[in-house]
Design a protein around this ligand. Structure first.
Ligand SMILES: Cc1cc2nc3c(=O)[nH]c(=O)nc-3n(C[C@H](O)[C@H](O)[C@H](O)COP(=O)(O)OP(=O)(O)OC[C@H]3O[C@@H](n4cnc5c(N)ncnc54)[C@H](O)[C@@H]3O)c2cc1C
Length: 566
């Protein structure tokens, strides 16, 4: 009788797509000692940058990967971050949100890293180089043409676009990061929900914008007309050199007849003279996939959530997916992850997608004044009054877009099967306010240690049991023994700092490899039982229904937080 042979794998993980999210999966896995293969059909050159604003949370991940300093170099720290609402760059100003410069912006006390700008043409090469340094195998100019989940592995047909040769590759896990029009998602029959907002053209420009707008430069000019906002122009590097103009259309624009110079004259000034470098059509949408996983295939980034760029949450949310997946894949590859560990990815991340899409949509709505603005361009004292009133309203309404630390740091895996609730209610989740908490499911809070490191610098490699107790806590040895028996990497960090102990609220706190709190308390429970929950071996019941409720909460914001904690 023939015996079934386990297939020889080319890699434990293959990543499809080398955009910011696929690259984040590659670098996180490689940082964890894995050797994933990444397949990308492009050559890596970013001709037309999209993502460029990276949240404090993403910067914290980049810090762990060793590239935060590098990413900080590619935006002029002295360029004004002003957001100006106007009728055109040279036309009437409605109001300006004055946000200082990056250099003047202090790092918030709740994080070791502040929000940063770095356009994709600089960001992607930095993260790609780091992934290679750490051991990831990046195959550019290769295209995945077919895939099949065989139950115990995934088989891929991959074409080398340089030689036309087709290879068959086998992997234990496929992570599809193939963007908003995800072919993998469609092939798997995974549906989406959400709405498509408007058609957009992104026009990359070179030349002088600032000179047309008076003395004060702005990072972004948001341009309104009598029918509402119709264009915005953003500096790419914090220099008066390369700019991206986004134009909105109700109907799909015809590129053959579209005249970018006419749009430039209207949006900037009748005498503006800018070079058009490239034009990228895109669709402003808010879309979330019904599932983030199908068997051995996981989907991340725009493949499972597309959101309007207002707030710059798209790539950041996808990078969060990557970090949630990295340690879970490591755990199952190394044999210490439980059967339910990978399934927890969708349970944890899909509600965050709803939450962030909701915030992006709210930011988008804030650009459209609620009142009638048909007289906004009128040259009269009444027109001037309307402009001033509308401008003030726009600056106030758009405040959460420029101040989104709550969105970046305040997300939590509220009903995760891997986190043990401690009975405390979650703090209010607000876009511009972050309330540090070491409640299970939340990001373990930052504080500076006396040796100059951040608390966050302690996390990443395996689980960390933080001990704030002044004497050796009972049960720690049993926990370490239970973890060792199950090959779960764990270590103890004793912190003798009263302020940090107060921040974490309990003498013992167990932090996961992605920096989220799994458990906290004054006394360790059954050691084996706890380790089996946090490694996804024991499945806690009713996860599905609670997640659906949480999802609803994220969408509608009307379910009381206390019910969610139940
Ligand atoms: C105007 C604009 C501004 C934005 N600004 C921001 C911002 O400031 N901050 C932010 O966080 N987000 C921003 N976003 C959103 C951000 O660009 C996306 O969320 C992000 O690019 C998604 O990354 P991804 O890796 O999931 O997908 P993508 O960047 O779309 O990458 C997918 C990759 O998969 C590859 N691929 C697809 N199919 C195959 C195949 N069969 N074989 C091989 N390779 C394949 C593609 O070539 C591509 O490189 C912005 C978006 C727009 C439109």
């Amino acid at each position: 009788m023939a015996t079934e042979q386990a297939p020889t794998l080319d890699a434990d993980v293959i990543i499809l797509g080398g955009g910011p999210v696929g690259l984040a999966v590659a670098v996180d896995l490689a940082w964890r000692g894995q050797r994933p293969i990444l397949i990308e059909r492009g050559d890596g050159e970013v001709v037309h940058p999209r993502a460029g604003g990276f949240t404090a949370r993403t910067m914290e991940h980049l810090r762990r990967w060793g590239i935060a300093d590098e990413v900080r170099k590619y935006f002029n720290p002295d360029f004004p971050l002003n957001q100006r609402f106007c009728l055109s760059v040279s036309g009437h100003e409605l109001a300006t949100a004055r946000l200082g410069t990056l250099r003047e912006t202090p790092t918030p006390p709740e994080t070791p890293e502040k929000h940063q700008r770095c356009r994709q043409m600089y960001y992607d090469p930095i993260i790609r180089k780091r992934a290679i340094e750490l051991g990831a195998d990046l195959r550019m100019r290769h295209s995945v043409e077919a895939f099949a989940d065989k139950g115990d592995h995934v088989e891929l047909q991959v074409r080398n676009l340089e030689t036309d040769e087709v290879l068959t590759l086998r992997t234990a896990w496929l992570v599809a990061c193939d963007g908003g029009r995800s072919w993998v998602r469609d092939e798997l029959g995974i549906g989406v929900q959400g709405n498509r907002l408007n058609h957009s053209l992104s026009v990359l420009l070179e030349g002088d914008i600032v000179g047309h707008g008076g003395e004060e430069a702005a990072e972004r000019y948001i341009i309104l007309g009598p029918k509402g906002p119709w264009a915005n122009i953003t500096t790419m590097e914090g220099e008066n050199r390369q700019w991206r103009m986004n134009l909105r259309f109700d109907e799909e624009p015809d590129l053959a007849t579209f005249d970018p110079q006419e749009a430039i004259r209207r949006a900037v000034s009748p005498d503006a003279d800018l070079k058009v470098l490239s034009i990228l059509p895109w669709r402003r949408s808010n879309i979330i996939a019904d599932h983030f996983q199908s068997g051995r295939i996981l989907l991340a980034g725009d493949a499972v959530h597309v959101m309007t760029p207002t707030g710059g949450f798209g790539a950041n949310t996808g990078i969060g997916d990557a970090v949630d997946l990295g340690w879970k894949l490591q755990a199952v590859i190394e044999g210490w992850g439980g059967d339910a560990l990978i399934d927890s990815y969708e349970v944890e991340r899909r509600p965050i997608a709803f939450r962030n899409v909701f915030e992006a949509e709210r930011n988008h709505k804030a650009w459209s004044p609620a009142e009638d603005i048909s007289r906004i361009a009128e040259e009269s004292p009444e027109g001037e009054r309307i402009r001033r009133r509308i401008g003030e309203g726009l600056v106030e309404a758009s405040y959460p877009e420029w101040n989104s630390i709550g969105v970046a740091l305040g997300y939590a895996y509220l009903n995760s099967p891997l986190c043990v609730p401690d009975g405390t209610p979650p703090p209010a989740d607000e876009p511009s306010v972050y309330r540090p908490t070491a409640r299970p499911g939340h990001r373990a809070p930052h504080a500076w240690l006396s040796d100059g490191r951040s608390m966050l610098d302690l996390f990443g490699n395996g689980f960390v049991l933080l001990s704030f107790a002044d004497k050796e806590a009972e049960g720690v040895d049993a926990l370490l023994a239970a973890a060792a028996e199950r090959k779960v990497p764990i270590r103890v960090e004793c912190i003798a700092d009263g302020n940090i102990a107060a921040l974490y609220e309990q003498p013992l706190v167990l932090v996961r490899p992605d920096g989220h709190v799994a458990w906290r308390g004054s006394q360790l429970p059954d050691a084996g039982g706890l380790i089996d929950i946090v490694r996804g071996k024991t499945v806690t019941p009713q996860v599905r229904t609670q997640v659906e409720r949480q999802t609803y909460y994220a969408q509608a914001r009307r379910e009381p937080a206390s019910e969610l904690a139940a």
